[in-house]
Design a protein around this ligand. Structure first.
Ligand SMILES: Cc1cc2nc3c(=O)[nH]c(=O)nc-3n(C[C@H](O)[C@H](O)[C@H](O)COP(=O)(O)OP(=O)(O)OC[C@H]3O[C@@H](n4cnc5c(N)ncnc54)[C@H](O)[C@@H]3O)c2cc1C
Length: 267
């Protein structure tokens, strides 16, 4: 879903997400990497070698690098998916720059929403934080920081019913509704950033690998899981940085550890 990646080192003009991935794939193929597409539905990490069920196929492997990422939570609005990359975003670090000098909106009431709202004031002239309740889940320090920022405004007890305007292929406004009064109105904005969290894609390892309260895989020394031979990298184990370059960096660490592990085990 990533369109223009502006911050991956080595691409001074930026690069489209799919093109970056295709380049990486070609580069790995040149060194003998073999690609198989499929959805991992089950993993048995209790046996050696490990057994992975991918669709209808079962494969065995001595080591495993889990790089299954984390999916952003969306609101499920009728026009939301059509406007991703055209003003609807789940990544302030990635897309904030595109809305320099504009008025934008952040959805959420936790720490990540506060962090995104504060961060986005670097670019936007005004950031309105929209939250469905009156109380915030965010820690006091994060909330106070956002409240002290003159560019951040708050709209509470308010939900988003839809985002406009698909026909123009850009965000022009949000259709809002006040939960206390029932009043509905269109709120002009150039972008809607979601700050309502991510879901790590790690359910297929439930009960076998340690996760934190939000389901992120817990790793030691960056990429080690509790099961020897199983490594995790990227967004599935990193709730803090969530960038292409940090995911690539931890992917490299995992690959180097796999080499060491296979050598030690005599494979
Ligand atoms: C809209 C958007 C814009 C972004 N822009 C930028 C940017 O400009 N710069 C930047 O640095 N970062 C950006 N990011 C963040 C960046 O894309 C991620 O940090 C990075 O892709 C994480 O890499 P990853 O390999 O950990 O996970 P992902 O890239 O998410 O890859 C995980 C892969 O695992 C697959 N998968 C999941 N479950 C299974 C399963 N059960 N079986 C098989 N496969 C599975 C998924 O389909 C996916 O292909 C953006 C993200 C989004 C959503």
């Amino acid at each position: 879903m990533t369109t223009l990646v502006e911050n991956f080192p080595g691409f001074p003009e930026g690069i489209q997400g799919p093109e970056l991935i295709e380049n990486m794939r070609k580069q790995a193929s040149r060194f003998g990497a073999e690609y198989r597409m499929g959805h991992l539905v089950k993993a048995d990490l209790g046996m050696r070698p490990f057994e992975l069920t991918i669709g209808k196929d079962v494969i065995q492997t001595h080591t495993l690098i889990i790089a299954s990422g984390a999916s952003a939570r969306w609101l499920g609005l009728p026009n939301e998916q059509a406007l991703i990359g055209h003003g609807v975003s789940s990544c302030a670090t990635c897309d904030g720059f595109f809305f320099s000098g504009k008025e934008i909106v952040v959805i959420g009431g936790g720490d990540s929403a506060m962090e995104e709202a504060t961060f986005l004031t670097r670019f936007a002239t005004k950031v309105t934080l929209i939250h469905r309740r009156e109380q915030f889940r965010a820690s006091k320090i994060m909330l106070d920081r956002a409240r002290a920022n003159p560019k951040v405004a708050f709209l509470t007890d308010t939900v988003v019913d839809d985002v406009l305007d698909v026909s123009k292929k850009e965000v022009t406004a949000l259709r809002l509704r006040n939960l206390k009064t029932g009043e509905s109105w269109d709120f002009p904005a150039s972008a809607m950033f979601l700050g309502i969290g991510h879901i790590p894609n790690a359910k297929m390892f439930a009960g076998q690998l340690e996760t934190d309260a939000d389901g992120y895989l817990v790793t030691q020394k960056n990429v080690f899981t509790k099961v020897p031979g199983v490594f995790a990298c990227g967004d599935v184990q990193d709730r803090r940085y969530r960038q292409a370059i940090t995911a690539s960096g931890s992917g490299c660490m995992a690959a180097l550890e796999v080499e060491k592990y296979l050598e030690q085990e005599g494979h």
